[in-house]
Structures are given as C-alpha cells and as structure tokens.
Design a protein around this ligand. Sequence first.
Ligand code: ATP
Ligand code: MG
Length: 510
Amino acid sequence: VSGKDSVRFDRAIPGASALLESLRGVGYSPWTAIADLVDNSIASQAKRIWIEFLWRGAESSVRIIDDGFGMSEVALVSAMRPGSRSPRDRRSPGDLGRFGLGLKTASLSQCRVLTVSSRVSAAEAAIRRWDLDHVASIDDWQLLVGPPADREDEASIPADLESGTVVLWTRLDRLVGDAGVGDVEARRRFFETARHVENHLAMTHHRFLAGSHPRIELYVGTSPAMRVKPWDPFMQNHPATIRTPPERISLGAAQVEVQGFVLPHRDQLTTEELEEGAGPEGWLAHEGFFVYRADRLVVYGGWLGLGSPRRWARDELHRLARIRVDLANSDDDEWKIDIRKSIAIPPQGIRDRLRGLAERVREESRQILAHRGGRGARAAAEPLVRAWKAIESPRGVSYRIDRSHPAVRRVLEAQRVDAAWVDQMLQVIEATVPVQRIWMDAAEQAEIRGAGRDSEADPVILAALRSLYTHLVRDLGVDSQEAKQKLRQVEPFNVYPDEIDALSEQEIQK
Ligand SMILES: Nc1ncnc2c1ncn2[C@@H]1O[C@H](COP(=O)(O)OP(=O)(O)OP(=O)(O)O)[C@@H](O)[C@H]1O
Ligand SMILES: [Mg+2]
C-alpha cells in the first residue's frame, strides 16, 4: 500500500494477456466486427472503403482500407490503446464510435494479430500492431512497431490515396485456424463469410450506400472488388408496401422518430422481390423493430422486449411488420447501447408509444396474411365486386361507393324504393369501409396534408345541398333561415357555410 495523506491506494493494472484474451469473448461475429471498423472509417470521413479477403490457408488475411483522414503516429498509438476515449466524451453528431474499444475488441475477436497502418498525407505511414501471442509471452502491454514479417505489402496504403488507413487482420485463428492452402472446405467457409459480411453491411449501412449520391462507396471481395448495394428493409419502392405516418416521440431533450411499415404479401412479389425482402437473415428474423443510431442500423428485427401480457416473439403472422426507429448518438445512455452497438433497450418513457405503434402494424400484417395480399388482391378467376372504389387524383385519394354493386344498383334502378333495400345497402356500405386502405393512403399523404384545404367546393356536394334545402323548404315547409341553420350542422355541408348563406328561396328547384 502506498500514497500520502488521505489518499491510499494499490495500483491495479490489468493483466495484459488476460484482459486482451477476455475481450475476445465480447461476442462479435466476423460481420459485426467488420461493421464496427466501417463505422470508424465513416467517422474519419472516408468516401471509399474496401474490404478484402485474401485466402492463403493459415496465412490468410482480412483487411479494411479507407480513404479517410487517417491518423498521425501519436493519434495511432492512442487509438490502439484499449479505452482510447471515454464513453462520456461528447461526440460530434456523425461519429459512430462511443467506447474507444471497437478497433481493438472487434479486430482481436477475429484474429491474433492486428496491424493498423495510417497516414494523414503523402508522408510515410505510421504502423502499429497488437500481437496476442507476443503479449502472452511477456504479459505486458507492448504495442509493436511496424507490420508483421512478410506483410509489408498488405499493410501498405494504396499510393493513390491522399490519406487513409489500413486495418489488417492476420493469424485468423477463428476464421481459418491452421487450415492448409488446399483445404477446400475451409476456403469455402472463408469466402462464405466474405459474402455474409457483404450482405450484412448492405443492411447495417444501407443509408450510407443509398441514393444517387451515396455518402460512401463500399467494396467487399477479392479482386475485382464488388461494390455493395444497399438493402432497404422497408421495400419503400414497392407500391404495395404500407406505411404509417412518421411520428416524433419526445423523451426529455431527446427526440425519437418512428415509422411503421407493412411489407407486401408474397402473392404481390416476384421471386426476386421475395428473396430481396427476406434480407440477410430471413423474413422471420427481420420482423419487428429496426433501430438506427446516427443512421447506422444497430437492431434489425425483434420486438425489443415489448408486448403484453407476454413479450412478443417473432412469429409467422407478423413477418410483414417492420418498424423504423431513429436515434441520435446522444441517446446512447437512455437506450443502453452496448459495446458492440447491437443491443438497444427502449427507455421506459416511450415503451407505451412504441407498443401502440407496433400493435397497429402487427394487426395489419395479420390482416394481409389472412387475406392473402389484402382484400381482393389475389388473382381470382372472377374479379371481386367491391362496394368501394378509391379514386386517385392530384388532390389526393377519395373513396366512392361503386354504383354497380348489386345492393346499390337495386336501389338506384328501382321504380319504387323499398326501405329494407336501402337499409341493406347501407349495411353493405358500413361493413366494407376500406379502413386499411384509407389508413395507408392517409399515411402516405401525411406531408401533403396541412398544405391548406381545397378552397373549391365540390359540385356534387353543392347539388346535394341545394336539393336538400329545396326538400326542407318546399316539401316540408321549414322556414328558410331554420333550414339553413339545420344544414350548417350536417356533414358534409358544415364545411360550406358561405354556400349555405348564399342559398335563397328563389333558387328552389322546381
Ligand atoms: N479508420 C480510421 N481512420 C481514422 N481514425 C481511426 C480509424 N479507426 C479508428 N480511428 C481512431 O481510433 C479511435 C479508436 O477507435 P475505436 O473503434 O477503438 O473506438 P471508437 O470508435 O472511438 O469507439 P467505439 O469503441 O464505440 O468504436 C477512434 O476514436 C478514432 O479516433
Ligand atoms: Mg469505433
């Protein structure tokens, strides 16, 4: 025990080998580990990122190259330190890091030698490496200088980059082990992992890859490298996808944005679209919540422990339901984001709102699956006669009763109308209100709505207004002012007060 005065302490320095070996067990997969390194590249403002899998049996390597701003020698040594930054540091809004661990932990979970080479200009690169076997042999925090023997080429940053970083993984004990170069099965697994990495990144970073001017270009492969195409979990380009209006939920100072999606039934998808919609882990795995942290997808399915009375599990009935949730990187504490950034737990204050939205979207998924693609969407031999028609115009969608529906036509064409027929017609109409369709259209028009009500009066409604006014005044002998007063309180005439004022007895239809 040492120390003066009141502060007495022991120095408790972590055992180098024990700690580094334990950190390997945090639970990364090759693809979540690489996604973490891509986060680092993005934070360094890289525009292009290459991920290369080089097969050489036990000597195989994986490397991640970026054209970001790189690190000076001092910065590199600091970056290689486990716990290089505190999670309590405030980060800039686009920074995908948090714990100061990812580079080391993610990498060393997959390999025993991590080499990082970086340069901030055309000058020589700084190179440092962690070698777990070296650390074990001396049990000290010795960060080695330079690349492993015979690996200079792989550690070098392409000459055409102004600045950038190479992260090189060698001695891939978990990915390859001591397989020989000719081990066909091991080689197949190695490249299968590469494909999985590609699919995974297409998902986790899809927002960075999407659009006509994507924020990054990402390549995964050997040579020639394959450009990764984004995967949109919500099939937003498919016309049959249903969406709820985007909602903002405030929680203290933080704001969360949420939106629900119901993907199309398989009957409405081509084989390719069906395959596409399944995503890297399949329809069932990807039902539920998709949580983004600063645009990077961290949770890609599951119901976040919500549901009552019992927590919802993933099941077939809800496989079309996907809900987008957007967080800022300042919300980490509230959401208990973990070191791998693969877990997010919604704070108590918004669980009810999230559950409410999820209930609606889940219900919609059940409906669509029960009706095989929605009411009448199945290609039946005879087309379904529907009571309602949705009519689309530039002003939006309106819903009309189809006059050719038998229950309606009977009333319209009758010489003498039977009250029972009218009642039956109304029952048909009431039973078939296209709630789902209206809900989905309203969601799509969320932005348009509020831009101001049409000022133009609907001539059909005005005609009905005049006809009713005439009926009241002429046939029932109601006083003109009183008739107007009544009509002002009747839907849909209540939104036409000026037109009602303008009604006059002279106008009464003969
Ligand atoms: N490709 C890169 N280009 C430039 N700097 C990098 C790169 N990768 C890492 N760094 C620097 O190294 C530091 C440590 O990275 P590391 O991934 O270990 O932690 P972090 O990103 O800060 O937090 P987290 O543990 O949440 O990922 C980063 O903060 C960054 O400054
Ligand atoms: Mg990081």
